[in-house]
Design a protein around this ligand. Structure first.
Ligand SMILES: [Zn+2]
Length: 265
């Protein structure tokens, strides 16, 4: 095989791998950022549960203060009742006492509700804290893995770049310039030629060019996409079976199948 062609085929493999690794290195911080965003969600859930518990406690203290206020009022009304002069005044005071007692009862109901919801809030907090703990451990693990992978990739990239430079210095300038141009435009610069077609753009190759490519002795480019073409004898199509006969047999088989599947009823 032509030395330049051989090197360019190798160079393209390296260039593809360099692109893959570079993309991977670029994607890793994004993955870590996504995990960290998820972690922030869990942190927010913990904060929310804590805030709910706090609001619950504040509400309960307020209700307890309200109860105390109503109890004081009741004491006051009762002491006033001993000095009232008319039945109406007495009834009015007793009405106030009754009202305050109802208020106290209402507050006590609300306190009970708060106590029940506090139990749920505490459960939510425990769950959120447990999830946060697991998630934090996962984040550290993922970050560690990302760091290791990045270092490995960087290492591979350094080796590949070295190999790349070495290969490039050994290739004919104009062939290399053509390779670079096509690579830039099409993200691939080499294509296999098979069955007299460019396997990248699938355009037919003229018979004379096809004969040239089959020798792999020179740099031949696809007239349609510009890629440098090579021939792999291992992929050469086996001699085609006589077409007409094969087709006849196929249609016979089809007819047979059709007859078999036709309902007999
Ligand atoms: Zn092509």
């Amino acid at each position: 095989m032509n030395q330049d062609l051989e090197k360019l085929i190798e160079l393209e493999k390296i260039d593809r791998e360099v692109t893959r690794l570079t993309d991977e290195v670029a994607a890793l911080p994004k993955r870590v950022a996504a995990i960290e965003a998820k972690l922030a969600e869990h942190k927010a859930a913990v904060e929310k549960a804590k805030a709910q518990i706090k609001a619950n406690e504040t509400g309960r203290r307020q209700l307890e203060a309200d109860i105390k206020g109503f109890q004081e009022k009741i004491v006051k009304y009762r002491s006033q009742s001993s000095s009232v002069k008319t039945n109406d005044e007495y009834r009015a005071l007793m009405h106030e006492v009754e009202f305050s007692e109802k208020q106290i009862s209402g507050c006590e109901d609300k306190i009970l509700e708060l106590m029940i919801s506090l139990e749920n809030d505490e459960k939510s907090l425990k769950r959120a804290e447990a999830e946060l703990k697991t998630e934090s451990a996962d984040v550290e693990k993922e970050k560690g893995e990302a760091r290791v992978r990045t270092a490995e990739d960087e290492n591979l990239l350094a080796g590949l770049r070295e190999k790349r430079t070495e290969l490039r210095t050994g290739v004919n300038d104009s062939a290399l310039a053509h390779y670079d141009r096509v690579m830039r435009q099409r993200k691939s610069a080499i294509a296999e030629a098979r069955d007299q077609k460019c396997m990248a753009c699938f355009v037919m190759i003229r018979p004379q060019t096809w004969q040239e490519i089959r020798t792999n002795d020179q740099i031949v480019t696809c007239s349609s996409c510009g890629r440098i073409l090579y021939f792999d004898p291992a992929h050469e199509a086996p001699p085609e079976p006589p077409k007409k006969k094969a087709k006849g047999r196929a249609s016979e088989a089809e007819t047979e199948t059709e007859q078999e599947t036709t309902p007999t009823a």
